[in-house]
Design a protein. Structure first.
Length: 152
């Protein structure tokens, strides 16, 4: 009498295949029973409350804020021209290397360190000199320009 052609491995593979097929059918039936088809438009609507949260209830019309189209600004607001006295700052030369041609000025008001290049100097400066200067935005931050030494 001959042995069965099915081995243990083949039986296990067949069990897995049948289980996978059964799970697939169950998932399909579940999707059909819980599908969103046939819902009314009102059931599918979502609203945003005054705090920005999504809700299923419509907002209260009493809390509605009326905004005029003239009040909406598109673009950036115009900047007011700065007064020349506001642009001129004072500071102390914290470090300046004449051979390399750059240094740093410490602003007296903000205490920030501002880069200065030799091309931005009007008067020659050295360390600990009191100076007046203007700033401009450079590639890596603020640069001091029009640097003048204060007369003591």
């Amino acid at each position: 009498m001959g042995r069965s052609a099915e081995t243990f491995g083949k039986k296990e593979l067949e069990k897995k295949r049948l289980k996978k097929q059964k799970d697939k059918k169950e998932k399909a039936e579940d999707r059909k029973s819980n599908s969103g088809k046939g819902k009314s438009l009102e059931d599918m609507m979502a609203y945003i409350d005054e705090y920005g949260n999504i809700t299923s209830t419509p907002p209260d019309p009493n809390k509605k804020i009326k905004i005029l189209s003239e009040d909406i600004q598109i673009g950036t607001p115009k900047q007011e021209n700065m007064v020349a006295s506001d642009m001129t700052r004072t500071g102390t030369v914290a470090f300046f290397n004449e051979s390399k041609g750059y240094g740093f000025i410490k602003d007296t008001q903000t205490q920030e360190s501002i880069f200065v290049h030799i091309n931005g100097l009007i008067d020659p400066v050295k360390d600990n000199d009191k100076v007046t200067f203007e700033t401009e935005q450079g590639q890596k931050g603020l640069n001091a320009i029009k640097v003048k030494k204060l007369v003591k």
